[in-house]
Design a binder for this molecule. Sequence first.
Ligand SMILES: CSC[C@@H](O)[C@@H](O)C(=O)COP(=O)(O)O
Ligand SMILES: [Zn+2]
Length: 204
Amino acid sequence: MTDHLHLQQLVAACHWIGAKGWAPATGGNMSVRQSADWCWLSESGKDKGSLTTADFLQVSIADNHAPSGRKPSAETGLHTLIYRLYPQANAVLHVHTVNATVLSRVEKSPALLLNGFEMQKSLSGQTTHLDTVPVAIFDNDQDIDALADRIADYAQTHPLRYGFLLRGHGLTCWGRDVAEARRHLEGLEFLFECEMQRRLLERP
Ligand SMILES: CSC[C@@H](O)[C@@H](O)C(=O)COP(=O)(O)O
Ligand SMILES: [Zn+2]
């Protein structure tokens, strides 16, 4: 029952993401944790803005196995990595927004640094615009196992909070529940838009 409720909340989040234009074509993928060992992941290749609960497949968090035999997201390995790294993470959202895609290319360093924005407080634990919030950027890779290994290595020394960027690809973020993952997504996307505008307008 709780399971079904969480999946329904995730489906609502997918429709919201679709309406925002944050998962164009078949881009994006979404998941929710079912237990310590299992999660529900969106099926690969679907339009994520019009998913139903039947489009989510059970996947093993330990080894990405999907007992149904259907194909879960191509980026399954990034979702399960987050569930393994952060037991408090219960929902993961991956989107292809224009701001995340472009900013992650324009910023050449390993992290986008956000500073001076009130909306930083939309991110759990942030209490002031005066802090600098780093959002890690990983070079994109079609080899998701290799990408997941790189992210896991980085996370050993730089614990990831809220989410990370994939260069020229998009944003992956998470939360304690679907509501928090949505808030992090909306907050980060707003911050990316502000940072993009700031860089454009302050350009010498
Ligand atoms: C045009 S979709 C690009 C995909 O390779 C991927 O980045 C993505 O987000 C969706 O993949 P999916 O396998 O449907 O979850
Ligand atoms: Zn993607």
